[in-house]
Each structure stands twice: as C-alpha cells, then as structure tokens.
Design a protein. Sequence first.
Length: 553
Amino acid sequence: MTHTADGPTSCCTLPSGLLVSPGLKSTSGNTDLAEFDFVLHYRPGKEAVRPDALSRRHDLFPDGPSRPDPANQATLLPANLFARAAGVHSLDPLPTEWIETLRKAANLPPNVAVRDGVPYTAEGHVYLPPQLRDKALHLLHDHPTAGHPGRKTTLHLMRQRFYWPTMVQDTDSYVASCAACRRAKHPRHKPHGYLLPSVPPNRPWSTITMDHITDLPPSLANGTTYNSILVVVNRLTKFVVFIPANKTDTAETLAYQLHRYVFSYFGLPDTIVSDRGTTFVASVWTELLRALRIKRSYSSAYHPQTNGQTERANQTLELFLRFYTAYDHSDWATLLPTAQLALNQRPLATTTIAPAIACFTFAPRAHPSIPPATSNVPSADKVRVCQDAIAKANLAVAKWFNRRRSDVSFRRGDLVLLRTKHLRSDRPSHKLSNPLAGPFKVDEVISDRAYRLLLPPSWKVHPVFHVQMLEPYPDGVRESSDAPQPTTLEDNYADFEVEGVLDSRRRAGRLQYKVSWVGYPPSWVPAEDVDRAPDLVAAYHAANPTKPAPTRR
C-alpha cells in the first residue's frame, strides 16, 4: 500500500484492475505503474510524517552508472492501441449511407490509414472523400442542431470529427455562400457609401431645403389650429423660415405657404430639396414646379444626410420650443416668429456670419435694450465668404465621416440584399425577422451612391435606395436545403418563389391566400395565382381545416 496526499485526483481503475492516480497524465507513467501490484491510499498531508533523506531507502537508487536514467527509458505501447482508438471514435455513429462510400474511398492521403474499412487519420478523424464533404458541412452548419455558426466555429466542429486536405478552404467557401446566413445575420463591416461634399450654391436662395415637423400637439394661432411645422432653409446663408402647417395639408396648401412666406420675399429658387413625403411627390406639386422651372431633388430612402441641414434646423427649433412653450404645449405656433428671429440673428460657427446679415447685409434689431450686431465683412464679400466657409466645412465633415465608412459600388444587373430596418412587415416581431431581404436586381445606377432596384409589385416603397442600405449578393450563393422547397410560379409571379402559405380569406366572395415569398415580404394574392403550388396549398389546409378553402364541386 502506498500513501499519497494527492487528494483532488481521486483514484481510478485501469483495465487490469489496478488503482492508479489520474494525476499521472503520461501514457508511459501509467504503463509503468501497471507492472506493480500496489494500492494508492489517500492520506491528508497534515497527517503524514514529513519525509526526509533518512527515510528513503538508498538501496533502491544505487549510485554510479548502473542507476537507470528515466530520460533514456522507452515504453512499448500495445500494438492494438490505435485500433482501440478507432473503436472509441466509432462510438460516434456515422450515417449509414456514408459507410459504403467511405469503404470505396480511393487516392487516400499519406497520413490516412484504413481500419475496419473506414479511413482514419492517426488522431482518429474520419477522412471524407469529395462526395461526402458537402453533406458533412450541411450537418455541421445548416442543420438545426448546428444553427448556422460562423466560419471559425464551423471549421472547429469539422476538425473535431473529419479531415480532408482542403477542409479549411472548402469550409470558408461553404459558409460564405450560405444565403440564409447572408439574410439573417447583421453585417459587421463599416457602413457602405462615402459622403461626397456638396458644392455651395452660387447665390442666396438659389437652393432651398424643406421638411415637416409633424405630430405636434394642437396649437391655436390667428384663429387657426395647427399640428405641424414646415421648415424651409436657404442652403447658402442658412436663413430659416418656420411656417405653421397641418399634417393633412395638400399640395395646393404647400404651394400657397411657399408663395406667401418664401417666394414673395426671396424669389423663385432653382432647386428644392425634400424627402419623399406624400405632399412633396403629389402630381399637383410636381406640375407646379415644372411650370415654374424649379428642379426637384429628393433625398434617398432612409438617408437623411441628403437633407441634413433641414434636419439640424428641426432639432434647433425643437430645442427652442422646449425652453419657452407652455406646460400643455398649446402655444408653440405663436412662438414660431420669435424663434425665426432668434435663430437668424445668431452667427454661425461655419461662416461666423449671422444668416440675416448674409441674406440682408444687416442684422435685425431683436431686443429693445440690445443694439443690433454688426459685421466687418464687406457686403459684396459676404456671399464669397459663406461659399468658402461652407466648402471648407463640407470637406472637413466628409473627411471625418468617411473614416467610418467603406466604399462599394454596383452595376446594372447585379444582385443585392436590402436592409429591412425601415421596412414594414406583416411578421409579428421585427427582432425575429431577417435584417436583409432579397436578392433584388439593380435596375438602374442613379449615381455612385443611389440605385434603383426591381422590387415586388406589392411593395409600396420608392425603389431608389442609398448604397448604405444595400449589401452585395455574390454569385454562387446557395439556399439552405433545410428550408421548405420553394415552388416557382408563372404568369404574373414568374420572378417570385413561394415559400409557404400563411393564411386564407374571402374578399367579395373570392378566395385569397397570404403567400410567403422567398426573399420578399408576405402578400395576399388570388387563389388562382397559387394553383401551380398545390402541395403547399394542400399542406396549409391540412394544418388549418377551419380556414376558408376552395369550394368543392
């Protein structure tokens, strides 16, 4: 019996029945101990007598050259050790249909040997021939038990089980070509699209930008109740005009407001920049601008930088009203003239000139106890100073902004994915929906930063998007075989594939189905438009027997 204080490593039994300590990690150490008949017994160190040189038997370790040197000793391992290792690996079963393919594998690498008809490496990993590699990648990437891991995790899972010479490259290619991963995972790179500095206008009020601040509490001014504000900004001098408005204003009302508060004072502009609000894209407004020879310039979808100066003016106005409006927010409409006066007589950090001075060559007298501000810049040079200052500021902003951006461009006919952050969907949870939809084909290159896409007819959004909303969709991307097999429709839906049937209803006596499309949001279509997908329709009605169904004749 041998006493030891190695308590944490509890004793274990070898196949021979002897007790050895797991603390002896080496194969040679355990093999040497197996030659002796003894039992290890645990005894706490505090109960043991301190060992010293006098308690050691010197005759067991003779001096001189006859003393064995452990470094020169070698232990011969059993011949069937590798066979037993292969047997342990075989406890993790392989698919039955793989076995026959593995037995027929040819042209094995030098580090692979066949044991029990299956090719193994010395580490016990199964060598996979080419015809089984995609199947293994599917099981360890696409299958629900894998969960679409990333490149490194998928490769780690593969290396634990399989081997072939080009496994790293093949795994990288397989994961990169997964369409489900591209649509479901958020991109981790810098946003696309550099900010290009705009050229300052050549004269004041040649270009104006405008936007609405909506959904404000009702406010009474001059006998009229308002709930919105129309904000107009001169791009060169940054002079602002605040006009009380309503969310339900028509294009005719918009035309009157601009004529009453802007055109009558400053003349007609050459260009008007706005978003794609319903009023700004109305046919009446479009025809009016065409008659006045005013160019329209719309901001890209979900890209407010195009109209950034108006967005900044909105924030400044909201801050002003936050300071001075009543507790019930009912008097903000009466504060707009004062806010306009206050903001226009402030000198700008960009130009160091107040918008009123740059526009009228003098500063208005804003307070009875404070004299008006003056400027040392000659009147004739104010426009040039504003142009130079704005151009310099635009370059500085673009340089700072582009450090956090990446450059990418597309050509007509390329396939892209579209970010769905700002798109409405019928699915109940945005968090559980794919952050990217598509692929969609690029129909037209508007500029290096804006592209027109071919979208489904049911999508009620403008098809022009800024490049930051798009992600490339390379050739060779594959759909996951675990997803329901889509059925291709013809006629009106020849370009779309049915993923499943979600719901059914009757409208005006006609049966309609809510169809889930591959890469597109669901939409309601007539029953005859899915008659070429009878298997999906039958599966839906089998699972929902109480839902509206075709009438039996």
